[in-house]
Design a protein around this ligand. Sequence first.
Ligand SMILES: NC(=O)c1ccc[n+]([C@@H]2O[C@H](COP(=O)([O-])OP(=O)(O)OC[C@H]3O[C@@H](n4cnc5c(N)ncnc54)[C@H](O)[C@@H]3O)[C@@H](O)[C@H]2O)c1
Ligand SMILES: O=C(O)C[C@H](O)C(=O)O
Length: 330
Amino acid sequence: MSKAPVRVAVTGAAGQIGYSLLFRIASGEMLGKDQPVILQLLDLPQAQKAVKGVMMELEDCAFPLLAGMIATDDPNVAFKDAKVALLVGARPRGPGMERKDLLTENAKIFTVQGAAIGQYADPDCKVLVVGNPCNTNAYIAKEVAQKFGRVPAKNFTGMLRLDHNRALSQLASKSGREVSSLKNLVVWGNHSPTMYADYRFVTSNGDGVKGLINDEAWNRDVFLPTVGKRGAAIIEARGLSSAASAANAAIDHIRDWVLGSKGEWVTMGIPSDGSYGIPEGIIYGFPVTTENGEYKIVQGLEIDEFSRERMTHTLNELLEEREGVKDLLG
Ligand SMILES: NC(=O)c1ccc[n+]([C@@H]2O[C@H](COP(=O)([O-])OP(=O)(O)OC[C@H]3O[C@@H](n4cnc5c(N)ncnc54)[C@H](O)[C@@H]3O)[C@@H](O)[C@H]2O)c1
Ligand SMILES: O=C(O)C[C@H](O)C(=O)O
């Protein structure tokens, strides 16, 4: 017997990431090739015509798993009974802008959407915030949703997976090992240039990759800046922020959360439970494994002095961002 369809809400459906994301969700790449989906597409009133165009194209793909679609400019409608919510819609960064320039501009969107999720989404709705600054936007949505006591705080996550994937590719090319052979990477902290891509535990077919690379200066002077500033490099090159790779990371994040990471570490921005000295509630990139729709932080990793310094630096940025939005949260 075929499975009941799952409602997936996607905001910013008319945008660049939306255009890369929706077709992959409808083809079963996110929730599995046997899982029908109903897409609930949210965008601004002025973007509704473009959303209709995307829906026409989705129709023209005749995806067997696409069991229905709606388009709306009302968050209360978009999130109704959603089991997965991808919060993509927000203004992207342009050339020369830092992510924190977007903070107050985009923050208001996430108070409204947090309230809608808190009231109308499925109580087990898994929420991924992609719109930047995504950690703090996820924090806002989580805090607002908690006022309604339905969707738990742990279900609100931010996207660090693009940074994780970027770091994997850099490590594969430096070490000469296949990307698929690399295990146990962590990206700690904020999705911003302060993130700390920590490859101390990475192995490839049983070999330690740090030992294979054996170049501490490369870590500090090439690897960390390349991963941290990759978003800006793409904006510089394309004139637009990353879209297909961001959509790909969103698919990876939700797929692993829902279907399991099979023992492998993945990075998710999640509300801290106090692990590794990160204050509770802050949305911070942690290494997790996932099983049965739940994530668990990988515990017991040694934090050396360099790592602690980097983890504190990215945490401080998140604390500053939290301070910047505290008035919005009342
Ligand atoms: N976390 C990450 O790794 C990552 C990576 C890439 C991009 N991003 C971010 O994702 C966001 C979207 O990027 P994009 O390139 O698709 O942008 P885009 O400008 O192409 O599309 C954004 C869409 O969101 C819509 N929108 C704006 N406000 C909205 C609201 N209140 N409700 C619903 N929809 C709304 C716009 O109308 C537009 O259709 C940006 O904030 C960007 O910085 C994050
Ligand atoms: O860097 C940006 O502003 C876009 C996105 O967050 C990215 O990392 O590509």
